[in-house]
Design a protein around this ligand. Structure first.
Ligand code: ADP
Ligand code: ZN
Length: 721
């Protein structure tokens, strides 16, 4: 009789044992359907010795596996990755394996996807909207929703075009192969500096061995072109590649660039896909037929059959840190996947994280540098504007010098970008009469005024309310005032200053899908926009040759609060956004509005001396025993019942073990003391690098019990402090 251990996709259940009925073939990694009581669950067969079970069942009580899915089993490297991730991040293995199965959407559902494409027919009645739609989707194929977004018309317009015969449905079988990228399609002529770096990466791919490499190149140096050569080498060798991007909005421009280089698009993977598309991508990835996948961090756990290269682009980005469910850092997990797959991992960045630079120092990661911009492009000039010495006019946020620069740029017919990392119109709304402030009912956070949608919104839980005419507290009418600027307010100021300029606000409110990002890129390229006002969404990836001016509206914003990485993050963000200026032949200029132009981070930005800044920051971290020299783990206790959460947090605090080299702080209210209606307390564990904190925490929490309404999560290597 064959007995197998199965990891069922239910975090509350441990691994369970089942019997393989005669004639059924099950191996480690097989995806199976098993009975549990009256229910049927999906699970993955696992090596019993690697996954201890605490519910051993006698042979005679074993139940049969019901079915095996007709997809390839998860390979050993992916199974090792699941084990490592669960272990390191103290997460249930079931929650990790769920990411590999993409929540089973890969397994269940229809075998075909109905997509649509233009027929070439011109409909008898050609309204402006129909014409716009047909023009924008000429050679596209996709779901109605996707095409509608690309064309910026309603679904109804497209459905009308289907009726009129201008667009036709095409049934795509989920096993239809994706086109294979052609490494010889559009190779660039690399500069000597790029060639040298590319050769090293290509040799690494050909060697097919584990090797993390930091590709450290200034903005506009051609990092993408260089790692494309490594992808080309992997395709030639018949191996798959995956490219992780920090933001799904960057997918669309990436697809286009990839198309120019390889003659077809790679396979996208992100939360915006429909389940049928996911199913197709998942299966092709598992069969080894999808050669290049590009996606958000979740693409890291997909079942690549034959992985030859992992690229993490903009590797310093904090969005690679997942803050929900399994709390993992995709950059670090990418390196582990490379280790298990025995393939190279490229971390590309113009502003690498201190942690990554440290790995290079220690000789664990190789480093390739691209110190100059490609072609004739020069790095922009950077100039501070001292907000105390030369402040904006009353009630305005842009200093005279920046306004003058905007005017000059407009006159030259060039584009400008104003950066402020704050969505909405104003971060705080209060009543001028009684002082009432609008707070989110679910979170410890102010409601942010959004004028475009005429609402107050909480940026933590998404709660929205209409903006009232009267103060809810004192009932005074028209007494509400907006305090401080958000991007919408800056856009208003720009419109008042330059009524003829075409402005665009770019935030996650306006660019919420890859197609919206594509539309923004097209408008920028067509010169349809003079001035962009945007959040961190515009700081990375984009390449607009006619964009020559960047203004940082409030450089001090990110330095507020005691975050360990505040200075580093400010440096990275402003350097990235500066990197958008002057990427073509025209020189770029950057103005940084700040109250403290003498601060170390501002000086580093102005002089461009990144090394000096990093050295000083690294020393400060070393002194504090902060990462990468020491480590943190946060234990967050939350519940809708405040007293219960507090009680459990105190219980955990009292049970903290005495361990040499480890200190425990708290419990204290977490930085967001209430989030989505849950009260939160936090204990912060600080330890020496060499200490196995996970092991300590496992033993510590494992001995305790708490009521079900209280949730305890551990965030290993936390990002938000
Ligand atoms: P980075 O990712 O380092 O910011 P990119 O890869 O986006 O830089 O390159 C910046 C711009 O220069 C892009 O438009 C890119 O196509 C162009 N470029 C870089 N290297 C080359 C090359 N060898 N040949 C042609 N164009 C190049
Ligand atoms: Zn909220």
């Amino acid at each position: 009789m064959q007995r197998v251990r199965v990891l069922v996709l239910n975090a509350a259940l441990g691994p369970l044992d089942y019997r393989v009925p005669a004639g059924m073939h099950v191996e480690p990694g097989s995806i199976v359907v098993v009975p549990l009581g009256p229910r049927q669950l999906i699970g993955v067969a696992w090596e019993a010795d690697r996954l201890p079970s605490d519910a051993e069942v006698g042979d005679n009580r074993l139940r049969n596996i019901l079915a095996v899915a007709d997809v390839p089993p998860l390979g050993a490297p992916l199974r090792r990755l699941v084990e490592w991730t669960a272990d390191y991040y103290l997460a249930p293995p079931a929650s990790v394996v769920r990411m590999a199965l993409a929540s089973t959407s890969a397994l269940e559902g229809a075998r075909t996807i109905t997509e649509y494409r233009p027929t070439g027919e011109v409909p008898p009645r050609l309204t402006p909207q129909r014409a716009q739609a047909l023009e924008r989707i000429t050679d596209r194929q996709g779901l109605i929703r996707e095409l509608a977004t690309i064309a910026d018309v309603s679904d109804a317009v497209l459905r009308g075009l289907v009726k009129a015969g201008a667009i036709e449905p095409v049934e795509v079988d989920i096993d239809t192969a994706f086109p294979v990228p052609d490494p010889g399609f559009g190779p660039p002529v690399l500069s000597a500096q790029q060639r040298e770096a590319a050769d090293v990466l290509v040799a690494g791919v050909d060697a097919h061995a584990f090797q993390p490499t930091l590709l450290d190149g200034v903005t506009g140096s051609g990092k993408t072109e260089v790692y494309f050569e490594a992808i080309a080498a992997a395709i030639r060798a018949g191996r798959q590649s995956v490219v992780l991007l920090p933001e799904i909005a960057l997918t669309e421009p990436f697809l286009k660039r990839f198309h120019d280089r390889f003659g077809c698009e790679p396979v996208p993977w992100h939360s915006g896909l429909r389940s049928s598309q996911r199913r197709r991508a998942w299966r092709q990835i598992a069969c080894g037929d999808a050669m290049v996948t590009v996606g958000a961090r979740s693409a890291l756990f997909l079942p690549y059959k034959n992985l030859g290269l992992i690229v993490v682009d903009e590797a310093h980005e904090t969005s690679f840190k997942q803050e929900e469910g399994v709390h993992y850092h995709a950059r670090d997990v990418a390196v582990m996947r490379g280790l298990f797959e025995q393939c190279p991992v490229i971390l590309a960045s113009a502003t690498p994280a201190i942690e990554t630079r440290q790995q290079v120092e220690l000789g664990r990661y190789a480093e390739l540098k691209l110190p100059g911009r490609y072609g004739a492009a020069e790095l922009p000039t950077i100039e501070p504007i001292d907000l105390i010495a030369e402040p904006p006019e009353r009630g305005r946020w842009l200093a005279p010098k920046l306004v003058a620069a905007l005017e000059e740029t407009l006159a030259k017919g060039e584009q400008s970008l104003l950066f402020l990392n704050r969505r909405g119109y104003a971060p705080l709304t209060l009543c001028r009469h009684c002082g009432h402030r609008f707070q989110c009912p679910n979170c410890t956070a102010w409601m942010v005024e959004h004028r475009l949608t005429r609402r107050l919104a909480c940026h933590h839980c998404g709660h929205i309310e209409p903006i009232p005419r009267a103060c809810p507290e004192c009932k005074e009418e028209d007494s509400l005032v907006a305090c401080g600027p958000g991007v919408e307010r800056i856009a208003d100021e720009v419109a008042a200053l330059f009524p003829d300029a075409k402005t665009a606000v770019v935030t996650s409110d306006t660019i919420w899908s890859p197609a919206k990002a594509a539309e923004f890129v097209a408008r920028m390229e067509a010169g349809d926009i003079d001035i962009v006002v945007g959040t961190q969404l515009v700081t990375k990836g984009y390449h607009f040759p006619n964009l020559t001016l960047v203004g940082v509206v409030d450089a001090d914003l990110g330095l507020e609060g005691g975050d360990l990485r505040a200075a580093e993050r400010t440096f990275q963000q402003i350097r990235q956004v500066s990197g958008r200026a002057g990427r073509g032949e025209k020189p770029g200029h950057v103005f940084i509005q700040t109250h403290s132009p003498k601060a170390r981070v501002m000086q580093a930005l102005i002089t461009g001396d990144a090394d000096a800044f990093y050295e000083a920051e690294t020393e400060a971290r070393r002194d504090a025993g902060a990462p990468p020299f020491g480590r943190y783990a946060a234990i967050v206790v939350s519940s809708e019942d405040q007293a219960a959460a507090h009680e459990v947090a105190r219980l955990i605090g009292r049970a903290a073990p005495e361990v040499e080299g480890m200190s425990v702080y708290g419990p204290a209210p977490a930085p967001l003391a209430m989030l989505r209606g849950r009260h939160r307390f936090r204990l912060l564990v600080h330890a020496r690098r060499a200490l196995d904190v996970q092991d300590v925490i496992r033993g510590w929490l494992g001995a305790l019990e708490w009521p079900q309404k209280v949730r305890v999560i551990v965030d290993v290597d936390p990002y938000s402090f």
